[in-house]
Write a protein that binds this ligand. Structure first.
Ligand SMILES: Cc1cc2nc3c(=O)[nH]c(=O)nc-3n(C[C@H](O)[C@H](O)[C@H](O)COP(=O)(O)OP(=O)(O)OC[C@H]3O[C@@H](n4cnc5c(N)ncnc54)[C@H](O)[C@@H]3O)c2cc1C
Length: 423
């Protein structure tokens, strides 16, 4: 890529991955060095960073300058003494994982797909599943970012305390993150088993049964269709009659009709953490590709009540649904994390790609979930009332104050932020 390509923004996505958002940026940039990035930030009055564009809403959109950091050196530095890795913002989790595995390390969790950038995923509190496992942002121990005035700021968990907790899940509103430091653990192996036909009464037992468990349902019956049990390799396999389920006869894809070859290995075959914790393989299309996604995080204790409340909508949900996934995420201290001080059930919907058909059902789902204080996934489609969202995040006002302090002119603002964090 030469200088003219960089100026024309070649290599910066024009649309998000799902294709439902065309970025409205007047200019697109792909700097190759930190100084170039700092000059861009200083010289712009409206700017957003874009990661791999896997979010489904306009959180990352701007009418000004859209900046991809994919041209910066893809640094991955392991610190064996501190058990951390410092990684360039645009590195994808899948690439980071390969490097970590080769160095004898692991991350505690992965999202369903390894295709997403570290900074983009952390900014929206992307998560995997596990009753004792936090989201991806909860592993962050330091951040380096370019703030609105072009300064380079480093914040650390051990030095910046509560303020740090406000800056990790940033929604891109505090600056352009250039490097992220993450806690790592020793490399480990996982076996993945898929079981079919779980009774809803056994939900809690299923979630607690293994390191990371995901449940899939199409809302066409009263049972959970698939249980993806990702267990540490030395844990015993589930018995034949485990919780009244049956073993899948061969590899499956969670979305009916999609090819299982896009998915990570199943049937109990042991493999490294990064080739089992995500559902989908790097190099293959994750999920279905033609879709919209929404997700709501509820207190875990509300699981049974929330699912029962959704029951009367089952037929309407099923009519516009590809698959619904239920996961658990452990509580954390990050101000804008959907798991802030709340062990959570994540209720995820992979909808068909028809926004008009989905909209009325989404509105009904949000109405029914409202009594459970839902916190939306920041990177997915939601239309919750801004006042209700503010009420669900106890540190909402503190975050707004932090954003005003670090970005007094609103350089990193978007319409979506203006709606949910009015200045
Ligand atoms: C098929 C599919 C499966 C998914 N599975 C999961 C899942 O399992 N769990 C889950 O929680 N989510 C999931 N998601 C959602 C996805 O993980 C999030 O939307 C995530 O934010 C995408 O990362 P990205 O790099 O594409 O970020 P983008 O969508 O490019 O950006 C997201 C936000 O981060 C900001 N940002 C990006 N880079 C920077 C930076 N350097 N500095 C400051 N701000 C920045 C952007 O401005 C934007 O606001 C899935 C999405 C898809 C398409």
């Amino acid at each position: 890529m030469d200088a003219s390509d960089r100026e024309s923004g070649a290599g910066v996505p024009e649309r998000n991955w799902a294709g439902n958002v065309r970025y409205s940026a007047a200019r697109r940039h792909r700097p190759t060095g930190l100084d170039e990035l700092r000059r861009l930030v200083t010289g712009s009055d409206r700017l957003r960073a874009v990661g791999t564009g896997h979010s489904f809403n306009r959180l990352g959109d701007t009418g000004g300058d859209l900046v991809s950091l994919a041209g910066l050196p893809p640094t991955v530095e392991v610190d064996r003494e501190r058990s951390t890795v410092t990684v360039a913002a645009a590195v994808r989790y899948g690439d980071l994982a390969t490097r970590l595995h080769a160095a004898g390390y692991a991350l505690p969790t992965m999202a369903s797909l390894p295709h997403i950038s570290v900074a983009g995923a952390v900014a929206t509190a992307t998560h995997g599943s596990g009753v004792g496992i936090g989201n991806l942002a909860s592993a962050v121990s330091a951040l380096e970012l370019v703030t609105a005035d072009g300064d380079l700021l480093t914040v650390r968990r051990d030095a910046d305390g509560d303020r740090f907790a406000g800056m990790v899940v940033s929604l891109g509103a505090l600056g352009v993150v250039t490097r992220v430091t993450l806690d790592v653990v020793p490399d480990f192996e996982v076996r993945q088993y898929v079981r079919l036909g779980l009774s809803r009464a056994a939900l809690d037992e299923a979630f607690a049964s293994a390191y990371s468990v995901s449940l899939f349902t199409d809302w066409r019956g009263d049972r959970i269709d698939q249980v993806w049990r990702k267990q540490l390799a030395d844990a015993p396999p589930p018995p034949a009659d485990w919780l009244g389920t049956t073993a899948a006869a061969g590899p499956v894809h969670p979305v009916p009709g999609m090819p299982a070859r896009n998915c990570t290995a199943q049937l109990g075959e042991p493999g490294p953490w990064h080739e089992r914790l995500p559902h989908f393989r790097l190099g293959f299309t994750p999920s279905s590709g033609d879709e919209l996604q929404s997700e709501y995080h509820l207190p875990r204790a509300a699981a049974a009540g929330a699912l029962a409340a959704l029951d009367p909508l089952a037929d309407r949900i099923a009519a516009v649904l590809q698959v619904c996934e239920l996961r658990t995420v452990a509580a954390d201290e990050l101000w804008l994390s959907p798991q802030y001080r709340r062990d959570s059930l994540a209720v995820h919907f992979t909808w068909i790609g028809d926004a008009d058909a989905v909209a009325p059902v989404l509105a009904e789902v949000e109405r029914v979930l409202a009594p459970f204080a839902p916190r939306p996934h920041w990177g997915k489609v939601f239309t919750l009332d801004p006042a209700a969202v503010a009420a669900a995040y106890p540190r909402h006002a503190d975050f707004l104050a932090l954003a005003r302090e670090l970005d007094p002119v609103g350089k990193f603002r978007t319409d979506l932020l203006d709606g949910y964090f009015p200045r």
